[in-house]
Write a protein that binds this ligand. Structure first.
Ligand code: FAD
Ligand code: UDP
Length: 365
């Protein structure tokens, strides 16, 4: 592989990390990106009013993987940021993940931590085995909290009932008996300063990397020793077993004259409206600006593939594509779309470092 000519398809986290690792390892790398910008869904930019926004929805970086932090820190400074989310329920704004404050405020109680534990034990439903997201939520918080916080949000987000989704989806959201109202508890929580796109620019700034945007790859194109493919795996194989389902979103961005729109980064609307949540970017970025910009996310079936849909039949279909992929020793499939995994950014970075390490023949990968 050393010094070979490599084609990387996609300039998101998967593509950019592989491109940089392979270039550092001596390969000449061409990156093709069909959009007119780098960064994939983590791309950010200034809007027409000078507010830094995430055009493809809010991206908050968090990880427990020191290797990922160390690697990315070569290309960015960081600004510490701990994300907080409130859910709008029956006219109240309550912390999600469900914690002590949520339960006390929702039910007009004043329980201490052990009181909350007892309360949860009294409402939890025994589910064995835990297979679906419904099992996770009913076993975690019982039916009333499930119906108020999870059932309708999930229906909106995925177009499916909780019972139709794998356990891993709802398992992303913990349940707490204390007052910790952070969305994530990872050891490292910070945003790239000044933004994701500048971090990607530095990652791809290398004498052995050429980036072409507005350049869609068609399988079989070009003369390369190896291809790293980060697009949808079913598209690579011309959907030969049928289309893998992805969930899409429509983003409605709005700029507002006031300095602040809401008190936290994101407010979720499980039971009202057609959108799932509103995010105000200045909370995430820490930018000082006299006005503010927000985004509403409207889930939909059609459109760019944003979310693989974790459920057993989709996993089975993916496995059939994966078998084809494993026969292609000239192509590496990595990333959220190519591995059909509900990966966070740090998981994509970790998977990409491993994939690039293997290509470079590092024995520990
Ligand atoms: P992408 O970012 O999708 O990049 C793939 C790139 O390949 C795209 O730019 C695409 O245009 C290009 N491409 C595809 N096919 C072709 C082709 N044939 N030719 C040329 N180019 C092609 N993760 C977090 O850790 N924290 C968050 O807060 C968070 N929030 C999210 C919010 C939303 C709304 C979404 C959708 C995702 C969120 N994520 C978050 C997940 C995060 O976006 C992904 O983990 C990460 O961006 C995936 O990187 P990737 O390179 O695998 O895929
Ligand atoms: N979820 C929910 N209500 C909420 C927040 C999350 O029902 O207020 C469920 C929903 O199914 C969602 C999943 O938990 O898709 C994962 O939420 P997360 O915030 O991690 O989703 P993402 O940021 O990836 O869209």
């Amino acid at each position: 592989m050393k010094a070979g000519r490599v084609l990387v398809v996609g300039a998101g986290f998967a593509g950019a990390v592989c491109a940089r690792e392979l270039a550092d390892g001596g390969c000449n790398v061409t990156v093709l990106e069909q959009r007119d910008h780098i960064g994939g869904n983590a791309h950010d930019r200034l809007d027409d009013h000078g507010v830094r926004i995430h055009p493809y929805g809010p991206h908050i970086f968090h990880t427990n993987a020191q290797r990922v932090v160390d690697w990315l820190s070569r290309f960015t400074e960081w600004r510490p940021y701990e994300h907080r989310v409130l859910a709008s329920i029956e006219g109240k704004l309550l912390p999600i993940p469900v914690n002590r404050t949520t339960i006390n405020r929702l039910y007009g109680l004043s329980l201490d931590e052990s009181g909350v534990e007892q309360f949860l034990n009294s409402v939890r439903e025994a589910r064995d085995p835990i297979r679906t997201s419904e099992d996770v939520v009913l076993a975690g918080v019982g039916r009333d909290l499930c119906d108020k916080f999870f059932r309708n949000y999930t229906r909106k987000q995925w177009g499916l009932d909780l019972s139709q989704l794998s356990a891993a989806v709802a398992a992303r959201i913990p349940v707490r008996t204390n007052d910790d109202d952070r969305y994530f508890t990872d050891r490292f929580q910070a945003m790239p300063q000044p933004g994701y796109t500048p971090m990607f620019e530095r990652m791809l700034d290398h004498p052995r990397i050429k980036v072409r945007t507005r350049a869609a790859y068609r399988p079989g194109e070009g003369d390369f020793a190896h291809v790293v493919y980060t697009g949808p795996i079913d598209a690579f194989f011309d959907h030969c077993f049928g289309k893998l389902p992805y969930r899409s979103l429509r983003f409605e961005h709005e700029h507002l004259g006031s300095e602040q729109f809401q008190t936290v980064g994101t407010v979720n609307y499980p039971n009202d409206f057609d959108f799932t949540r509103i995010t105000e970017f200045k909370h995430l970025t820490g930018q000082a600006h006299a006005a503010t910009s927000i985004v509403r996310e409207y889930p939909q079936d059609q459109g760019d593939p944003y979310y693989p849909i974790p459920r057993p039949e989709n996993e089975s279909l993916y496995q059939r594509y994966k078998e084809l992929a494993q026969q292609r020793h000239d192509v590496t499939f990595v990333g959220r779309l190519a591995q059909y995994r509900y990966y966070n950014m740090d998981q994509v970075v970790a998977a990409s470092l491993t994939a690039a390490g293997r290509l470079l023949g590092r024995s520990d990968e």
